[in-house]
Write a protein that binds this ligand. Sequence first.
Ligand SMILES: NC(=O)c1ccc[n+]([C@@H]2O[C@H](COP(=O)([O-])OP(=O)(O)OC[C@H]3O[C@@H](n4cnc5c(N)ncnc54)[C@H](OP(=O)(O)O)[C@@H]3O)[C@@H](O)[C@H]2O)c1
Length: 272
Amino acid sequence: MRTADAVSPGNYPWVMTTALITGSTAGIGAAFARRLAADGHNLVLVARDTKRLREQATELHDRHGIEAEVLTADLAEDAGIESVTARLADRKNPVDLLVNNAGFGNKGHFLDVPMADELRMLKVHCEAVLRLTAAAADAMRERGRGGVVNVASVAAFVPRGTYGASKAWVVQFTQGAARDLAGSGVRLMALAPGFVRTEFHERAGMGTDNIPGWMWLDADKLVSAALADLARGKTLSVPDPRYKVLTGLAKVAPRGLLGGITSKTGRKYGPQ
Ligand SMILES: NC(=O)c1ccc[n+]([C@@H]2O[C@H](COP(=O)([O-])OP(=O)(O)OC[C@H]3O[C@@H](n4cnc5c(N)ncnc54)[C@H](OP(=O)(O)O)[C@@H]3O)[C@@H](O)[C@H]2O)c1
């Protein structure tokens, strides 16, 4: 296994040995796990499917020589959130980087989606992110170093239903908490990806045939850009010039106009 020196400033803004990633088994979370393991970090892998978590842990250990813990947790349930906050609060086995990545989309417009599914999404996207960030940041502040990446979406910047609203909360919460913790050594950053080829759309039962090729991002490149932004001290990362332009336009365009455009593209493309 590599030493902590190999992952200290230069590659990362603080000496770092262990990262905890929620939703590590697929898509963007799996890309974080691959990159962080390749950089020599030990991992705590969190998702609901234990078999898949164990296979991922074995693969990353065998390939990179890192230690990978498996933590099965459903972040839509209090018990699942509590088991992850307990791990983050464990002062004897500190976590240096938390990646709050687990998430999903519900297919359908407001009032078409059952209220129970809307509330599950808020639990995973907002309540779990709040409680995990608090548990991690509290322990990190005591040590005077650490980082939290909260995965939002470019949907946070346009009127895109309850999914976009939950991701807007992630951006606002993360940037506000980053401000509150400025000077503590704890960095918080919201990550706002555009479309990424993962299991997300299939799980939500959304077709992707209509999404133009230029709108798709590569998960590994996205993670590289995100970690570079974290090292630079950014509190919001929008990787890729295409989406920087789109989110910049979204900030200056009238909300009414955006609502009109996104209600058309939203019907066509669904959330991202
Ligand atoms: N793909 C995109 O185009 C895109 C764009 C912008 C933002 N995002 C955001 O990026 C994040 C990752 O999405 P992805 O595209 O990588 O999705 P994905 O490929 O579907 O992976 C989702 C991961 O989250 C886990 N997960 C789902 N529900 C969970 C729960 N209740 N408790 C614990 N773990 C759970 C899944 O594992 P289990 O099923 O085993 O739990 C899986 O590891 C999400 O927050 C999403 O909103 C995605």
